[in-house]
Design a protein around this ligand. Structure first.
Ligand code: ADP
Ligand code: MG
Length: 715
């Protein structure tokens, strides 16, 4: 396999999914026409009772069959001794009995012809080997009968569609139908999200929390939501991924159709400390973020923001750009909103002359005809109507931000009706910072809510929700770029080095090995040579020429300058002798060699690195380098392989991006050369996936030359 194969890799065109289960749809789970519950109970405060209660309360459209060996009736429903006593067919079964009895019940369900089972019971693989054996047992039986398993150790699903009203879950939020579908790896987080949306009077369509995910995965649920016409936006809470590649394939396809908003947790910097490279140490905890970025998922860092954004996505169209038209009937909150919008990257463009002229005719005299447009507090329905319509007709305006305080001297119900009527046309998205006493302005609030206007108490919150809509548009319009194929790479030469290192069981490659690999991949490095003794060092130094640098090379020394293993600006043979003698005495390593290198000046120090990520491939890092890299932490990561656009974005996205350009009389660096090194490194790790970590730190870069002076590869 050589890097020319990279040409065949095309982002956003994954064409096959290998697991067979993906072809099996989840209809019986999410759209059950009958539900049975094995372990139904007449005992209040038991799961076997609560699920029956929920199905009844939510008015499930099909028959409900409680299964209980002793009772004849549960919550007024006829109970059956076994699943075989149930007269009709059953789509979906809940199992809530203790683990040892679960496999046999799954078998019985198979014989009965059940299509899907939610195993709410806990105590399987999370409890160790015995639980794992039970889980394997019921999975094998389910497979035999082609039954899909949801859980175990899970809440269940909810489908609010009036045709089903399936509350197959033991939670408590009886939400109304809506366009948001939720999948949560943690039921508790799922409850936070559903309850928050419900409290804001926002409907939800589908809900799922699948616990151990022994069979039906989060990925499959996302795929199902993606295909569900009524789902406008997906909210995802994720802690870990079992099949990263499959998740990325599915999510990429789904985000092209509808937004996925996600939040991940449990990604603290574990493993970072054990790392042998700068890159490994700096990569801790960011992988999920990068995965979201790569597949076009909008990432959120807190639950409140994700709920607010979901609210906006569920009723509003996606804007075509960053330009916001602002309308307000009170000054201050709109000023705060402007700051927030601008800091989120939005722009507030001026109105056209025509729009201004039109508004002059319709607005009150005191109105300030600009963007933001202050209609003033006494403005009524006709003023708001005209203001919103003019903004809707302005081609340079992509979305509308409304500040609406409810003055007691204005007919606010009529204002709300106008806003709702215009919003229904779905021309451009509207968000609203709605300032009122919800107890006393019930009617106004109801009209706005039913009209689908996302209303927020705070200007910052409203502004953030709007910028989430814009972000989705931006992500969808980003060009992916192409992966460069290098024909000048000497793959065989590099392979020889890797094979030899492997045969010798080496984990950290020697400097000579690393430099040979870099040369094979045409990655520019400073002129160098290796010496074993003082005399060799003198000889090699004279070949390279003064001034030069001498570095200690030993498998045991990771950061050379930390132990006095780097001597720079060495001007003559005497200095070579004394530096080498000194290092020999101080470092005492049996494999100690001396790395002689030309001395470079007048450059910015950069870092390029790689870290392998299980199940994903490699992460590539770029940033400001040198010995201070861990102090500044000014680095960015992307998932390999890198396209030209990825590489360019990495240079643009570090905090000190300005330092790469012309700066204080110094010319900017040759960015094209840096981008090429990033692309060549991407090719290298594609060809040699055994690379665990790689650091080029520093890379010296100025306007003429870009080259690495220190490199490390860990296998
Ligand atoms: P380590 O990272 O193992 O401590 P480096 O080879 O990166 O060792 O050297 C440490 C620092 O020494 C670099 O960040 C750079 O500032 C300086 N340095 C190293 N090599 C050169 C060189 N060839 N020319 C000029 N400065 C160098
Ligand atoms: Mg270094």
């Amino acid at each position: 396999m050589d890097s020319s194969k990279l040409a065949n890799f095309k982002y956003k065109s994954f064409n096959h999914i290998e697991t067979g289960i993906m072809n099996n749809n989840l209809k019986a789970l999410f759209e059950p026409t009958s539900v049975a519950l094995i372990g139904a109970s007449s005992k209040e405060f038991s799961i076997g009772n609560v699920i029956i209660k929920n199905l009844l309360h939510y008015q499930f459209k099909g028959p409900i069959y409680p299964i209980n060996q002793k009772e004849d009736e549960i919550r007024g429903l006829k109970a059956y001794k076994t699943i075989f006593d149930v007269p009709g067919p059953i789509d979906l079964v809940h199992i809530v009995i203790p683990p040892p009895f679960v496999p046999q019940e799954v078998e019985n369900c198979g014989i009965k012809g059940v299509k899907a089972i939610i195993i709410n019971t806990a105590g399987f693989k999370e409890m160790g080997a015995e639980g794992q054996a039970l889980e394997d047992d019921f999975l094998a039986r389910a497979k035999k009968y082609n039954i899909r398993i949801f859980g175990p150790n899970c809440q269940g699903i909810i489908n609010s569609d009036p045709a089903f009203q399936a509350y197959c879950n033991f939670t408590f939020t009886y939400f109304k139908p809506g366009a948001i579908s939720i999948v949560a790896q943690s039921g508790g987080v799922g409850a936070v999200i559903t309850q928050a949306l419900h409290d804001m009077h926002i409907g939800i369509r589908l809900y799922a929390s699948n616990g151990n995910a022994s069979d039906i995965s989060i990925t499959e649920i996302i795929k199902y939501y993606g295909e569900d016409e009524q789902t406008k936006v997906i909210v995802l809470y994720l802690e870990s991924l079992s099949n990263t590649k499959e998740f990325m394939e599915v999510a990429t396809k789904v985000t092209a159709k509808k937004p996925i908003l996600a939040i991940s947790a449990g990604r603290t910097e574990k493993g970072a400390a054990a790392s042998k490279s700068h890159t490994g140490g700096l990569a801790g905890g960011i992988t999920m973020e990068l995965i979201f970025q790569k597949v076009g998922i909008l990432s959120f860092s807190n639950l409140e923001e994700i709920c607010h954004a979901a609210m906006a996505f569920s009723s509003q169209p996606i804007p075509k750009g960053k330009n916001v038209g602002m309308i307000t009937n009170t000054g201050g909150p709109a000023i705060i909103a402007t700051d927030e919008l601008v800091s989120c990257g939005m722009t507030i463009p001026p109105l056209s002359d025509q729009a201004k002229a039109d508004l002059k005719l319709t607005m009150l005299d005191a109105a300030s005809i600009n963007n933001p447009l202050d209609v003033v507090a006494t403005a009524g329905a006709t003023h708001f109507k005209s203001a919103i319509e003019v903004m809707m007709n302005e081609p340079q305006i992509d979305s509308i931000y409304l500040t609406f305080v409810t003055p007691p001297f204005v007919d606010c119900v009529s204002v709300a009706k106008e806003i709702a009527a215009i919003s229904k046309l779905q021309r451009k998205p509207i968000v609203c910072n709605y300032i009122t006493d919800k107890e006393n302005w019930k009617e106004t609030s109801k009209i706005l809510n039913e009209g689908g206007i996302p209303c927020f108490d705070y200007p910052e919150t409203a502004a953030k929700a709007l910028s989430a809509l814009v972000n989705y548009h931006d992500i969808q319009s980003i060009e992916q770029g192409s992966i460069k194929v290098f024909v000048d790479i000497d793959f065989e030469n590099a392979k020889t080095v890797f094979d030899k290192a492997k045969a010798q069981n080496k984990e950290v490659l020697t400097a000579a090995d690393v430099y040979q690999i870099l040369e094979a991949y045409r990655i520019p490095i400073a002129k160098w040579s290796i010496a074993n003794t003082i005399e060799e060092a003198v000889l090699e130094a004279e070949k390279i020429g003064f001034p030069l640098v001498i570095k200690a090379d030993s498998e045991k020394i990771i950061h050379k300058s930390d132990v006095g293993g780097v001597a720079i600006n060495i001007k003559n043979v005497d200095e070579v002798r004394s530096v080498v003698t000194n290092m020999q005495q101080k470092l005492q390593q049996p494999d100690l060699k001396f790395f002689i290198q030309e001395f470079l000046t007048e450059s910015r120090e950069l870092i390029i690195g790689v870290k392998e990520e299980e199940g994903l491939g490699h992460l590539i890092m770029f940033g400001m380098g040198g010995v201070m890299v861990e102090v500044y932490k000014d680095v960015v990561f992307k998932i390999a392989p890198l396209t030209d656009i990825d590489a360019q974005a990495m240079l643009d996205n570090i905090k000190s991006a300005a330092l790469l350009g012309d700066f204080r009389g110094k010319k900017g660096i040759d960015k094209g050369k840096v981008i090429e090194i990033l692309q060549r490194i991407s090719a290298l790790v594609h060809d040699f996936p055994q690379i665990k970590e790689l650091d080029l730190n520093p890379i010296f870069a100025n306007e003429k030359r870009v080259c690495a002076v220190d490199a490390r590869i860990i296998m």
